[in-house]
Design a binder for this molecule. Structure first.
Ligand code: GSH
Length: 213
């Protein structure tokens, strides 16, 4: 059985899939999808994901896209790690936070990441203040929920699960995107735990964003 992960490591969704695979210690082949060179737009890549977006997991001719689906699938490879609980409510709780990540947290973080960081790297010009304002409002709305929920918990669902990898990945760009984290001590504490995982630094070493042109 051969497993490949096609990803661009410094992008949060790529980082999510790679850091999770690194954390569970599964054998996989890493295939770089260099977004700076448009590697996601080749016909070969479109065969794996018609959306022309990474990450993609490929296994024996089968492909799976959507980073959170990839995490849940990978978690089933090492059930003994408990990263996707077996009991129905525990599993639903993890799914709830991963859906919330996809619908709210990822979106809020992505606006600031794009406007304040990636747009410039890709020659898109300076941040648009109106978009930044919208991004900040979305960020605060989501961050308040996450911060309050984390009180008294080490991780989002109590113990470490897939949901933490999903929610923690955009935080790799917290600094360049200027996430306003001053009022969110619980988020900073939680993220500190995640960032201390060996898989986090291992994945960071797989690739960084290029410097602005
Ligand atoms: N919801 C998807 C989003 C994937 C996604 O948007 N990936 C971006 C990079 S972060 C991408 O590959 N963009 C390439 C493009 O838009 O051309 C997931 O979580 O996997």
């Amino acid at each position: 059985m051969s497993l490949r992960i096609h990803a661009f490591p410094p992008s949060p969704r790529g980082f999510k899939a790679l850091s999770f695979a690194n954390h569970i210690g599964i054998d996989f082949e890493f295939v770089l999808v260099d977004l700076t060179k448009g590697a996601q737009r080749t016909p070969e890549f479109a065969k794996l994901n018609l959306n022309q977006r990474m990450p993609v997991l490929e296994e024996d001719g089968w492909s799976l896209w959507e980073s959170n689906a990839i995490l849940q699938y990978l978690a089933t490879k090492k059930p003994e790690l408990g990263l996707l609980p077996k009991d129905e409510r525990g599993r639903a709780d993890v799914s709830r936070w991963m859906f919330w990540e996809s619908a709210h947290w990822d979106q809020a973080c992505a606006m600031l990441i794009w406007e304040r960081f990636v747009k410039g790297l890709f020659g898109g010009g300076p941040a648009d203040p109106a978009e930044v304002e919208k991004g900040l409002a979305n960020f605060h709305r989501a961050a308040k929920v996450l911060d309050q929920h984390l009180k008294g918990r080490d991780f989002v669902c109590g113990a470490l699960t897939c949901a933490d990898f999903a929610l923690g990945s955009p935080m790799i760009l917290a600094e360049p995107a200027g996430f306003p984290l001053e009022d969110y001590a619980e988020i900073r504490r939680w993220y500190g735990r995640l960032a201390a995982l060996p898989a986090w630094s291992k994945t960071q070493a797989m690739g960084q964003m290029p410097a602005a042109a």
